[in-house]
Design a protein around this ligand. Structure first.
Ligand SMILES: Nc1ncnc2c1ncn2[C@@H]1O[C@H](COP(=O)(O)OP(=O)(O)OP(=O)(O)O)[C@@H](O)[C@H]1O
Length: 322
């Protein structure tokens, strides 16, 4: 449904040039929900805007929904839906009118029938809701209206830019449900950007992680987490009057040669270890630290998360990188 080769975009020129996207190859199959995950400024929106023909690439090429991005942008536009960050509705215009306008714009046959169908599917059929201007709707209702607008012309592929940013947890869960149904019922392919790890984990069949304009990892959530094999142990170190980096350095030196430790990263005065069989190894690690005179203020052990994947691939936390 999407194939891209070396897609790149640089803004400006000379010394002030910003290489927002630096050569992205990607492939999205029909019926997949693919999440494009990365910290703020990683290049997610720029990639999305290129794939939806809103922004011309400075290099590379792509086919989107079977059409060539460069030679047939109008063809691409007819076959995709695009829901921008923050939506694109006029807050003073009734929701039903927005949908009608969109249906006319795309020459949809039986617009009234299509609008009723979408309103039912996206729970916009509550009493008087379609007569209400989007400015007077709740955040969740407004976002569902944005999605309905992107689906009016029955596109086989829909792009959602940060679909749940700003929504409360219940509305987020509800929107995830609608996105899944969209795929399950109509086979719609969904390409969405997010910087929420839980969203990517819960919703996406496959995840592409972008950092500084390059894709640094890809796979299903489970595959990505398997790349960080073992358990993640985070040791919070007691400061005891010594600079935290110094304590962390000492702790790292004490554990670096331990046979069960695969990787040790210092992060905000704590030491993060990837270890084999955490439960068995833990006592030995604590003993080694004790012998090195390192005091602990706390300790956590967890299965790897997508943030651990990001940290392993880039050496930074997804949250800190933002
Ligand atoms: N029109 C523009 N002119 C100059 N620089 C830009 C422009 N648009 C984006 N950038 C820069 O390109 C980089 C990538 O931005 P982009 O919006 O694609 O990131 P993002 O991953 O979508 O971030 P966010 O999660 O904050 O939306 C950033 O450094 C941004 O400042």
């Amino acid at each position: 449904m999407i194939e891209a080769w070396g897609l790149a975009r640089t803004f400006g020129g000379g010394r002030g040039a910003v290489e927002a996207v630096r050569g992205v190859d990607l492939s999205v199959a029909s019926g997949e929900i693919v999440g494009f995950l990365g910290p703020n400024g990683a290049g997610k929106t720029t990639t999305l805007r290129m794939l939806t023909t809103l922004l011309a690439p400075t290099a590379g090429s792509a086919t989107v929904a079977g059409r060539d991005l460069r030679s047939d942008p109008a063809g691409v536009r007819r076959h995709i839906g695009y829901v921008a960050q923050g939506g694109g509705t006029d807050p003073s215009v009734p929701a039903g009118e927005e949908l009608e306008l969109q249906a006319r714009l795309y020459g949809v046959a039986d617009p009234a029938g299509r609008i009723a169908e979408l309103a039912r599917r996206l729970e916009l059929d509550g009493k008087g809701l379609l007569e209400r201007p989007s400015g007077a709707m709740s955040g969740g209702q407004r976002r569902r209206l944005d999605v309905a607008l992107g689906l009016v012309h029955r596109p086989p592929l829909v792009f959602l830019d940060e679909p749940t940013t700003g929504l409360d947890p219940q509305s987020r869960g509800n929107l995830w449900e609608h996105i899944r149904r969209m795929r399950d019922r109509d086979g719609t392919t969904v390409f969405l950007t997010t910087h929420y790890l839980d969203e990517a984990d819960a919703l996406c069949d496959r995840i592409l992680i972008i950092d500084r304009g390059l894709i640094v990892a890809e796979g299903s959530p489970a595959e990505l987490k398997r790349r960080v094999s073992g358990d993640v142990v985070t040791l919070e170190l007691a400061a005891s009057g010594v600079p935290p980096e110094q304590v962390a350095g000492r702790a790292r030196a004490a554990l670096a040669d331990h046979p069960a430790v695969r990787e040790a990263t210092v992060l905000d005065g704590s030491l993060r270890l990837t270890v084999d069989d955490g439960e068995r190894t833990l006592m030995g690690l604590i003993r080694a630290l004790d012998e090195a005179g390192v005091e602990l203020a706390g300790l956590r052990m967890a299965r790897p998360t997508l943030d651990d994947v990001f940290l392993t691939v880039t050496g930074r936390s997804l949250r800190d990188a933002a």
